[in-house]
Design a protein. Structure first.
Lengths: 105, 340
């Protein structure tokens, strides 16, 4: 089981439990868990609607790619902890990740 | 001041691939179309978000780049001479006495048609707005602009531009000669836009032609009587500096929003318009919704689904455009295409 703590929107805190072996991005898992993520571009790092902030566990993640950095740069509210959920693959190495999602982008 | 009313058979809201293909299906039934789109170009999400990405699930094309698909669609519909209003968002629909509609855009364009088709995709592309308290108070006349419509408006004024893409770089370069003082604010210390433009901007900053504030974000706006006076910019160490300004131009790109479509009395479910799969009509007579903008049990947001929906929609719309005529289904291979 891969456990990810999701904060937000607002005060909501929820722990996602994702079975091993699932071949999805974090964006797809969030969408499937009824979080309000538009995913306009379907996961190509082209729309930045899956913008999340890493609260804890940034070191578990692979470095941001150039397209991801480009897209994050377009956001008025991006920070050093910002990531695009569609670029994060769900696998056992991200177990224990804590993220914050925003309201409607 | 008011523009002439555009008369047509079908007013299509949205000029993405599905809105464009609807022109073809309508044309086979001798119905004329006028399309209106908030973007300054046709092609919707394809042209705006992923023009150079290959699409693999368009029937007949093992692989086709998104912008190429848009270009092919434009060729396909050319015989039916569609007309376009681009760069204008539809604000409202006004029902006329005979049941037809005025489709009204935010620049005053009015399209009069017996049928309205919403092919709005994920909603109109709107500028990304920085989440600053009170920012709404200063938009438009108050001094915050998300587009540069008339550069002359900025002559001898103090401007702050925020953003890191081509738009921000290009306007910085262009307006630096016109403005009294121009400041470019950007979150990181490098620019996403074209390297030539980025280099030019760095040079201009070195020469003192513009002020360049990097590794900083817009943090606040301040004004008097609805007029913007100061913009707060905060750097990495969380220190805020206030800049005296006349205009703030945030250029953070576009993202789609449902917008006015949600206010026309249509059944909306999760930001999509509910339709009857018999003919993709909405709960309001003569108004249809096709493509990503609609929803129904089993809906897939695929371009090819939108194409199918456009074909069925046109068969139904015919009765409003030609109420006296009987519709007879014809194949293009038998009948050919009769250009207008």
């Amino acid at each position: 089981m891969i456990r990810i703590q999701v904060e937000g929107p607002g005060d909501r805190i929820h722990e996602l439990e994702i079975p091993d072996g699932i071949n999805l991005s974090l964006m797809e898992v969030l969408k499937a868990s009824e979080y309000d993520i538009m995913a306009t571009c379907g996961g190509m790092a082209l729309c930045a609607t899956c913008h999340i902030e890493v609260v804890e566990g940034m070191e578990k993640l692979e470095d941001r790619s150039d397209p991801e950095l480009d897209m994050l740069d377009t956001l008025p509210n991006a920070s050093d902890e910002s990531r695009l959920a569609c670029q994060i693959k769900v696998n056992p190495s991200i177990d224990g990740l804590k993220i914050r999602v925003f309201g409607n982008n | 001041m008011s523009k002439e009313i555009i008369k047509t058979d079908i007013a299509i809201i949205g000029a993405g691939p599905v809105g464009l293909f609807a022109v073809f299906e309508a044309g086979l039934l001798k119905m004329r179309c006028h399309l209106i789109d908030a973007l300054p170009q046709v092609g919707g999400q394809l042209s705006e978000i992923y023009p150079r990405k290959p699409i693999y699930d368009i029937p007949g094309y093992p692989s086709i780049d998104a912008q190429d698909l848009v270009d092919e669609l434009m060729k396909q519909i050319a015989p039916f001479h569609p007309s376009f209003t681009l760069g204008e968002r539809v604000e409202s629909l006004e029902k006329q006495e005979d049941g037809s509609y005025y489709v009204i855009g935010n620049e005053g364009t009015v399209i009069h048609a017996p049928v309205v088709v919403i092919a709005g995709g994920l909603g109109s592309f709107e500028p990304r707005r920085p989440d600053l308290p009170g920012i709404l108070d200063y938009e438009g006349r108050g001094g915050i602009h998300y587009f540069v419509k008339n550069p002359e408006n900025y002559r001898d004024k103090r401007i702050v531009i925020a953003g890191g893409g081509d738009s921000a770089l290009d306007w910085t370069i262009y307006l630096s000669d016109i403005a009294e003082r121009l400041t470019l604010v950007h979150r990181s210390d490098s620019f996403r836009g074209a390297p030539d433009s980025a280099e030019k901007v760095f040079k201009m900053a070195e020469q003192g032609k513009i002020d360049l504030i990097l590794q900083s974000n817009l943090s606040s706006v301040h004004g008097e009587n609805g007029q913007l006076k100061k913009v707060g910019v905060t750097d990495k160490s969380k220190i805020e500096t206030l800049l005296d300004v006349d205009y703030l131009i945030p250029l953070f790109g576009l993202s789609p929003k449902l917008g006015p479509i949600g206010e026309w009395g249509l059944n909306i479910e999760k930001s999509a318009v509910a339709v009857d799969t018999f003919d993709y009509s909405t709960n309001v007579e003569r108004i249809y919704a096709i493509g990503d903008i609609n929803t129904y049990p089993g809906k897939l947001k695929l371009i090819l689904c939108g194409f199918h929906e456009a074909a069925l929609m046109c068969q139904s719309a015919f009765k409003y455009v030609y109420p006296e005529q009987k519709l007879s289904f014809k194949y293009t291979t038998v009948n050919g295409i009769h250009a207008f």
